[in-house]
Design a protein. Structure first.
Length: 345
């Protein structure tokens, strides 16, 4: 069997450019043309761009790709597709179109493996109700794959990461620990049952995002990926001009994850995430950073819900609560203070 992870330096969302380097990369003095139809662009580090088509309809557009985090080509395609489509769901939109983005080292890995990657993606696109309708491929030194995805929503139901309000409760739809298990796989120490859990999480669509968009009190939403829970919550608090408290004991982790963290098994970007967010986080004093800064590949939705809408949220999300965690609050939004995030026991 060809093991894809042997051909890539990084894996999944763990191969993202770290937050501090990304800020440098995105810095520019070039002023973009004014487009009143562009509702969401680069300003808030949101999950996708949003463009008003008319007075009601909004086009949501995103691109996401990465290197393999599993050895099996079909599974890699499933995970990459799930991860890319998640950005559309995180904006409260319904996916309508997907295009593939493939880089493949044909001298090292046969084209038949890339064909399996595409088939894996097709199965996930089918579950999301769309077709893999085209794309682009190149020869590259390392394998990578992802999708460009478009979705549609209404202006009234568009969700952003910058619209949370003081008093909102925070919910998470998938447990943390994917980056840790991905590292364990590359080290060759992952247990079979833990591998299956990891794949199950990464191949589960975040389709709850589209359903939840109908609830007005779902004030903000994003998905947790390469910057970890701390990073994506920091984007939410910064864009919304609020602070947040996290209830550490309530944050869901993948079962048996401590077996790996005790061996200091985590991706390189974990420490980069920690360095980027530690100064704006109160209470980050121990090894909890390994969990909170762990890069998630195809991670769950992070949702800010008003207190008045919690029951509506719970009723809606229960049909999607595959991991039995999405109805349990992990934190709450606070009035803007000195720090962005406060950790509580």
């Amino acid at each position: 069997m060809i093991k894809l992870t042997q051909f890539s330096k990084g894996s999944g969302c763990g191969c993202k450019i770290a937050p501090e380097e990304l800020a440098i990369l995105l810095k520019t003095d070039i002023v973009s043309p004014i487009n009143e139809q562009l509702l969401v662009g680069n300003a808030t580090n949101d999950d996708a761009a949003a463009l008003a088509i008319d007075d009601k309809n909004v086009l949501v557009s995103t691109t996401d790709f990465f290197m393999p985090m599993v050895d099996d080509a079909f599974t890699f395609g499933q995970i990459a597709a799930c991860n890319a489509i998640s950005d559309v769901y995180a904006m409260g939109a319904k996916p309508i179109l997907a295009l593939g983005i493939l880089g493949w080292p044909l001298e090292k890995i046969p084209a038949t493996e890339a064909q399996q990657v595409l088939n894996g993606a097709r199965t996930i696109c089918h579950k999301a109700g769309i077709a893999l309708s085209g794309g682009h491929s190149i020869e590259s030194n390392e394998p990578f794959f992802g999708l460009s995805v478009n979705g549609m929503t209404d202006k009234d139901t568009l969700k952003q990461n910058s619209t949370a309000k003081v008093g909102d409760y925070l919910f998470l739809t998938k447990p943390l620990g994917i980056g840790i298990l991905s590292s364990a796989l590359k080290r060759g120490i992952i247990k079979d049952n833990d591998y299956l859990k990891m794949v199950d999480i990464m191949t589960t669509l975040n389709s709850a995002g589209y359903a939840l968009s109908a609830i007005k009190g779902v004030n903000a939403m994003t998905d947790v990926t390469g910057f970890g829970l701390l990073g994506h919550l920091s984007e939410m608090t910064g864009g919304s001009n609020v602070s947040a408290e996290l209830f550490l004991s309530q944050i869901p982790m993948i079962e048996n994850i401590e077996f790996y963290t005790q061996q200091f098994c985590f991706p390189d970007i974990t420490t980069k995430n920690y360095n980027a967010y530690k100064d704006d986080t109160d209470g980050l004093t121990g090894l909890e950073f390994i969990h909170l800064c762990d890069p998630q590949t195809s991670g769950g939705l992070l949702i800010a819900v008003s207190e008045e809408s919690i029951e509506d949220y719970k009723q809606m999300v229960k049909d999607f609560d595959i991991f039995d965690i999405a109805t349990k609050p992990i934190g709450r939004m606070l009035v803007k203070s000195d720090k962005s995030i406060y950790l509580k026991p």
